[in-house]
Write a protein that binds this ligand. Structure first.
Ligand SMILES: C[S@@+](CC[C@H](N)C(=O)[O-])C[C@H]1O[C@@H](n2cnc3c(N)ncnc32)[C@H](O)[C@@H]1O
Length: 264
């Protein structure tokens, strides 16, 4: 039996639904579209960030499940199910992969229960939890994942929800510390470095709408990989992390940075 669903408040924007709007999805409400449009006006690159982030997710999970032998994933800040979610990419490489998704939006929870279905050989579960409480996430994740074996920790577009940088680092530290050597961290987040004025406007717009999201410097994003072995090409714009071959050269840089690193 599932826990009853928490109530869905559609009158205030929530980042999962705003993100879904930028991705061209249908699981969003007028309040989400309003703030989504406001942010896009002051920070037009956000739609490219959302799309390139999903493409990075696919490339990173394919690498970890396909080449690095990772069969367990903890994906924090899942977002609303779309195409090529973590479990689909991972289980295509190895059907025995086990995935735990974590989000705090009740709409994500209801869609996840309906849509995030595992292969019979693997497992896929969904935790309704807050990234501010990594201990709770780890306790619940341990019901599906064996935390003594390597895990792919996915933190894409999630740490900006933790406004204070020291607290965001402490969350990351507690999660990484709980995973054994041979685990990987794949992380992506928006940066304020490319156009600081637009970034400040975007932060202000989201904060005023009740859905604050902190943009960080590339150095702060790189610092989330401390103590880990960064894979090539290091911490770069998300559109430049091992891009697929394209006939017209590299895609333009977008205003979000990412990396993948191994815990030694
Ligand atoms: C920008 S979206 C990223 C979605 C996905 N990781 C991707 O890269 O496409 C951020 C996600 O984090 C979730 N989120 C926001 N605040 C959260 C919190 N405090 N705890 C857990 N999840 C949160 C949102 O509901 C949303 O689904």
């Amino acid at each position: 039996m599932h826990e009853p669903l928490p109530e869905i408040d559609t009158t205030t924007p929530h980042s999962a639904r705003v993100w879904n709007y930028w991705l061209g999805g249908k699981d969003n409400y007028p309040a989400d579209r309003e703030v989504g449009d406001q942010v896009r006006q002051v920070y037009p690159g956000i739609v490219d960030v959302a799309r390139h982030t999903r493409a990075f997710l696919g490339r990173a999970v394919r690498l970890l499940a396909g080449e690095k032998g990772i069969t367990q994933f903890l994906d924090i800040g899942t977002g609303l199910p779309t195409v090529d979610n973590t479990h689909e990419v991972a289980q295509r490489a190895d059907p025995a992969c086990r995935i735990v998704y974590v989000d705090n939006d009740p709409l994500v929870l209801s869609h996840a229960r309906a849509l995030l279905t595992s292969t019979p050989q693997g497992a896929c579960s969904y935790i309704h939890a807050d990234v501010h409480d990594p201990g709770d996430i780890l306790r619940q994740a341990a019901e599906t994942l064996d935390l003594t074996r390597p895990v792919g920790l996915m933190m894409l577009g999630i740490l900006g929800n933790v406004w204070d940088h020291d607290e965001a680092m402490a969350v990351r530290d507690e999660l990484v510390a709980a995973l054994p050597p041979g685990s990987y961290l794949a992380l992506e987040d928006g940066t304020n470095a490319v156009d600081p004025e637009a970034a400040a406007e975007a932060e202000k717009t989201r904060a005023e709408a009740g859905d604050p999201y902190r943009l960080r410097t590339p150095e702060q994003i790189a610092a989330f990989f401390h103590g880990l072995e960064l894979l090539e090409p290091g911490v770069v714009s998300v559109s430049h992390w091992r891009p697929e071959a394209e006939p017209h050269g590299l895609p333009a840089e977008v205003t979000a940075y990412c990396g993948v690193a191994r815990k030694p």
